[in-house]
Ligand binder design. Structure first.
Ligand code: NDP
Length: 466
């Protein structure tokens, strides 16, 4: 039998879709799954693609089915499962054989695994894959990290299976160990923020403007024809349009308002804090998911203090559209600044324009705006995106709408933490004389931490009356 070009472990939602995608692009793939019957079933239902799939029932069989030097993709849950699989696989593999962890690993784990692989003299790649099941099946965005030579070996397959933006593959090497998973983590943080801001605007339309789900669907559909055109705005229109077959009610009205998370948004917020780079919109989005899950407390709060959201006056749909645009620009500006900070701290050399380009298609945050961001970063990847001429002009046009929306939300009792955080950051970023002088004075008062003077004079400590 012809040997497979590549292998894959973990035929769950993502692994199965990715394996079919690889087979469809003409690359023979050997697969193995912990539960053997899943492998058998996968092969039996692969249709015409089954000819390009080699099902295996043991790890040894999997390894033997792949031609040397081998490359095996892991698509199992992040964490211990990855370590266990690596430990089980390595003794069966040769020195040049490559393991690619394509799950949502924490980049610290990827750095550790990369260091372990390097010490053992074997190649390891950590690879972020975005786009959910549909993306994995028909074209995800792929962010590779690890030794460049190892990535180059598998790049042709990754490029073939990835999404294409105007014919350009959305699969790129982001830098050495950990860089790929870090870029994916920031992608997910931005995804949390994008989703949260859409949810906040949805809430204002529902509770503030009194629009029903069908009307809200119409608004999202119309926004998706303009500058906000994006996958998330598109699917927001679709979910608002959907009707529950059981009750006939709008699907949105029967879904509990308690959001789940797997942790990548939280990792973004945590790493941003470690790096000392502000991502307040993402932090607000992560916090909002946590608040959403405290349903009983929120019910008690409404009973004790009265319902928050009230009708709002004077807001137009254009205000909401522009507020979303401004919030999005601010959030992405924070995200790219964070990527730049991590790249510098870890010495990765992440190509920021390439990260923006990879996100233009296939992934959850794909949007028209990312094309413009890629262009702006190509012109100057050191500059905060809010200062890129195109985005500065956008912000000049939209920040007052963001202000009106945040003000109306605050007065009307609508929680809009992500939009508010974006606005506060924007205002802080255009305040040359801020208020941290008070903080410095307080720190000096209680801790003798010292301060610098505006006149450049030797200030050091204040004459505080204790
Ligand atoms: P699923 O739960 O659908 O599948 C998990 C797969 O891993 C199954 O094949 C399962 O095998 C196997 N597995 C589970 N535990 C172990 C273990 N301890 N040892 C070996 N194999 C194990 O997960 P997904 O496909 O959704 O996710 C896989 C990875 O991809 C995760 O890291 C996830 O975060 C990431 N990801 C997921 C996305 C999504 O939209 N779902 C998007 C992007 C990334 P078995 O059949 O035996 O249970």
């Amino acid at each position: 039998m012809t040997q497979a070009e590549i292998g894959l472990i973990g035929l769950g939602t993502m692994g199965a879709a990715l394996a079919l995608n690889i087979a469809e692009k003409g690359h023979r793939i050997a697969v193995w799954n912990r539960t053997g019957s899943v492998t058998t079933e996968f092969h039996a239902t692969a249709g015409a693609l089954a000819a390009n799939v080699v099902p295996t029932q043991t790890l040894a069989e999997l390894v033997q089915a792949i031609r040397e030097p081998r490359a095996i993709i892991l698509m199992v849950p992040a964490g211990q499962a990855v370590d266990d699989q690596i430990a089980a696989l390595r003794p069966l593999m040769g020195k040049d054989d490559l393991i690619i962890d394509a799950g949502n690993a924490n980049f610290h784990d990827t750095q550790r695994r990369s260091a372990e692989a390097e010490a053992a003299g074997v190649p390891f790649v950590g690879m972020g894959v975005s786009g959910g099941e549909e993306g994995a099946r028909h074209g995800p965005a792929i962010m590779g990290g690890g030794p460049k030579a190892a990535w180059d070996r598998v790049a042709p397959v990754m490029e073939a299976i990835s999404a294409k933006y105007q014919g350009i593959p959305c699969a790129t090497w982001m830098g050495p160990a950990g860089a790929g998973h870090f870029v994916k983590t920031v992608h997910n943080g931005i995804e949390y923020a994008d989703m949260q801001m859409i949810a906040e605007v949805y809430g204002i339309m529902r509770d503030g403007l009194g629009l029903d789900a069908q009307a809200i669907a119409g608004v999202f559909e119309s926004w998706n024809q303009g500058p906000l055109r994006s996958y998330l705005v598109e699917i927001s229109g679709k979910v608002a349009r959907a009707v529950d077959p059981d009750s006939g009610a709008a699907m949105l009205d029967v879904i509990l308002d308690s959001a789940g998370q797997k942790g990548t948004g939280r990792w973004t917020a945590i790493e941003a804090q470690h790096l000392g780079t502000p991502v307040p919109v993402i932090e607000a989005a992560v916090g909002a998911r946590n608040v959403s899950s405290r349903l009983a407390e929120r019910k008690a709060g409404e009973a004790r203090f009265g319902a928050g959201p009230q009708k709002v006056d004077g807001l137009t749909q254009t205000d909401l559209e522009q507020a979303l645009m401004a919030g999005k620009i601010l959030c992405y500006a924070q995200g790219f600044t964070m990527l730049a900070a991590a790249s510098e701290t870890f010495g990765w050399g992440v190509p920021l324009p390439e990260a923006a380009k990879v996100w233009r298609e296939g992934c959850i945050i794909r949007s028209d705006m990312l094309g413009d961001m890629a262009e702006a970063l190509t012109q100057d990847d050191k500059r905060n995106l809010i200062f890129a001429p195109a985005f500065a002009a956008h912000l000049e046009k939209t920040h007052n709408a963001l202000r009106r929306v945040v003000a109306a939300a605050a007065l009307g009792g609508h929680a809009a933490p992500a939009l508010s955080a974006g606005l506060a950051w924007f205002d802080a970023m255009r305040t040359a004389r801020g208020t941290a002088n008070m903080i410095q004075a307080q720190r000096d008062f209680f801790g003798a931490h010292g301060f610098e003077r505006v006149d450049g004079g030797a200030g050091k400590h204040g004459p505080w009356a204790m």
